[in-house]
Design a protein around this ligand. Structure first.
Ligand SMILES: [Ca+2]
Ligand SMILES: [Ca+2]
Ligand SMILES: [Ca+2]
Ligand SMILES: [Ca+2]
Length: 457
C-alpha cells in the first residue's frame, strides 16, 4: 500500500526541490543529485465534480486535472512522496464513478471524456475494480489520452458512446497507455467500440474487451479495438462478443488493424462478429501482425475471413488455434489477399463453418507443422484433412479460455521445436513430451496424468 504523507511535509519537500532547482544554497549534507519525488492523489468521491473553487472532495476528474496542472485542484491534494522516485498515482477506491458532466468534443477535461495529459498511474485500490461509467444520455467516450504515459490498473470502463474513435478510450499519436487487470465493456463508437489507438502505443495485459460495438455508419470498424497506425499489444487478454453494427458494413468484429503493428500473445478471441464485411475476429489492412499462443474461435464474418482477414498485411501466426469460425463467402478460418505475406508455424485451422478453413486459392503461405481439418489450406500430406480432436472452449488454466487437444489428437507432439515459444497460452512450459504441440495449448505429460488411466483400468 502507498503511504500518504502530510501536505505540510509535501510542501517542505517541494520547497527543497525548488531551492535546488533555483540554485539556492542547500542545507549541509543535502544530496545534490536529489532523487525525484512523485505525487499520490486519493480520490474521495464518486461524484463527477470539477470545482474551480476547491471543496472538501476530490473526484476522478479533479484528480486528473490536478495531474494535468501539476497542482492541487478542486479538493484534490497532491501528497508528495520523496525519492527514490516513482510515477504520479491517482488512487481510486472501489465504486461506480459515473461521469455526468455531459458534453462532447472537449479536450480540456471540463466535460465529457476525462482528458489525460502527462504521465500518471490510475489504480483501483481495493482489489475489486473501480467502474468508470457514462451516465444516461452520455455522448462521449470515457477516457482520452492526449499525451504522456498513462497506466490503468483495475478499472472497468463501460457505457462510452462517441461518434468518433474509441467508445471506452482513445489514445492519440505520441501517447502511451498501458492497461492491466481492466475491462472495456458495452462501449460504442464509429471505430473501435471499446478502444481506438490513433498512432499511439496501447498495451493490454490480463484485461478483457467485450460486448463493444461500432455504430451504424459506413466505414465503421473494429468492434472491440481499432488500431490506426499505432502499436497495439495484447498479452494474456480476452476479446469477446464484440461486433460491428448489424445494419452497416464494418470490418473487424474484434480488432481492426490499419497499417499498424499488432501483437497478440496468449490471447483468446471468441464470439466476435463482422457484419456485412470481413474479419470476424481480426481484420488486417496492411501493417505487421503477429499472433502467438492465441486462440481464435467461434467468430463470424458475413463476407470472408471468419477468424482473420488480411489485405496486404505481413502476418505471422505461431502456435495459434483457429476453430469453429465462420464466413459466408470464403475462408472460415483465414482469408489472405493482396501483396502481404502469411507465415504459419505450429498452427491449427479447424472446423470452420459455412466455408472451407482457408481460402480461396491462391492461398500462399510459408512455415510448417500446421494442421487443418480440410484440404483448403494446402499444409501438405498428413497435415490436411485431419481430425484435430479439440475439446470445447474452456478454462483449462491460465487467464484465458482455450481448446485442449484431446487424447489421440495429432496436435500433441505434432509441431516443431524451432521457433516454439517457451510456454503455451496458459503459461504451461513447452515443449512437453517428444515435441512442441501444434496450436495454442501444450498438453502436460506429468507422471500423475499418465498414472491415472492405469489405476482406473
Ligand atoms: Ca471537489
Ligand atoms: Ca476529449
Ligand atoms: Ca472532455
Ligand atoms: Ca508436446
Amino acid at each position: 500500500m502507498y503511504r500518504r504523507i502530510s501536505p505540510l511535509l509535501g510542501t517542505a519537500i517541494v520547497g527543497a526541490m525548488a531551492a535546488w532547482l533555483l540554485g539556492l544554497p542547500m542545507p549541509a549534507g543535502a544530496d545534490v543529485a536529489a532523487p525525484a519525488s512523485f505525487a499520490i492523489v486519493n480520490v474521495t468521491t464518486t461524484a463527477d465534480e470539477y470545482d474551480s473553487v476547491p471543496n472538501g472532495d476530490c473526484s476522478l476528474r479533479e484528480a486528473i486535472q490536478s495531474q494535468n496542472d501539476n497542482a492541487n485542484f478542486g479538493g484534490c491534494v497532491r501528497g508528495i512522496v520523496p525519492g527514490p522516485g516513482g510515477t504520479d498515482t491517482i488512487l481510486l477506491p472501489s465504486g461506480a464513478y459515473t461521469l455526468s458532466r455531459i458534453g462532447a468534443e472537449d479536450d480540456l477535461n471540463l466535460t465529457g471524456d476525462l482528458d489525460l495529459r502527462g504521465s500518471v498511474v490510475i489504480s483501483a485500490t481495493q482489489g475489486t475494480a473501480a467502474n468508470v461509467v457514462g451516465a444516461t444520455d452520455w455522448n462521449d467516450r470515457l477516457l482520452h489520452v492526449l499525451s504522456g504515459t498513462v497506466t490503468l490498473k483495475g478499472l472497468a470502463v463501460s457505457g462510452g458512446d462517441v461518434g468518433g474513435g474509441g467508445g471506452g478510450m482513445r489514445i492519440e499519436a505520441g501517447a502511451t497507455a498501458s492497461v492491466s487487470g481492466s475491462s472495456f465493456t458495452n462501449n460504442s463508437a464509429f471505430r473501435g467500440g471499446g478502444l481506438y489507438n490513433g498512432s499511439g502505443v496501447l498495451t493490454l495485459v490480463n484485461s478483457t474487451v467485450s460486448f463493444n460495438e461500432t455504430q451504424e455508419v459506413f466505414g465503421n470498424g473494429g468492434g472491440g479495438i481499432y488500431n490506426d497506425s499505432g502499436v497495439l499489444t495484447l498479452i494474456n487478454s480476452t476479446v469477446s462478443y464484440n461486433e460491428t453494427h448489424p445494419d452497416a458494413i464494418g470490418l473487424g468484429g474484434g480488432i481492426a488493424n490499419q497499417e499498424g503493428t499488432l501483437a497478440l500473445i496468449g490471447a483468446s478471441l471468441y464470439g466476435n462478429a463482422a457484419h456485412g464485411a470481413s474479419g470476424g475476429a481480426i481484420e488486417v489492412f496492411g501493417g505487421t501482425v503477429t499472433l502467438t499462443n492465441t486462440t481464435v474461435t467461434g467468430n463470424a464474418a458475413d463476407d470472408v475471413g471468419g477468424g482473420l482477414h488480411s489485405v496486404d498485411g505481413t502476418v505471422t501466426l505461431t502456435n495459434v488455434t483457429f476453430s469453429d469460425n465462420s464466413a459466408l463467402s470464403g475462408g472460415g478460418g483465414i482469408y489472405s489477399f493482396g501483396s502481404g505475406s502469411l507465415t504459419l508455424v505450429n498452427t491449427i485451422v479447424a472446423d470452420s463453418q459455412l466455408s472451407e478453413n482457408c481460402g480461396p486459392a491462391p492461398f500462399t503461405f510459408t512455415g510448417g507443422f500446421n494442421l487443418s481439418s480440410d484440404g483448403s489450406c494446402d499444409f501438405g500430406a498428413g497435415r490436411d484433412n485431419v481430425d484435430v480432436l479439440l475439446g470445447p472452449l474452456a478454462d483449462n488454466g491460465g487467464s484465458t479460455l482455450t481448446h485442449l487437444p484431446l487424447p489421440g489428437s495429432p496436435a500433441i507432439d505434432g509441431g516443431t521445436n524451432t521457433g516454439c515459444p517457451d510456454t503455451d497460452q496458459r503459461g504451461q512450459a513447452r515443449p512437453q513430451g517428444a515435441a512442441c504441440d501444434v496450436g495454442a495449448v501444450e498438453v502436460e505429460t506429468s507422471p500423475l496424468l499418465l498414472f491415472v488411466p492405469l489405476v482406473l483400468r
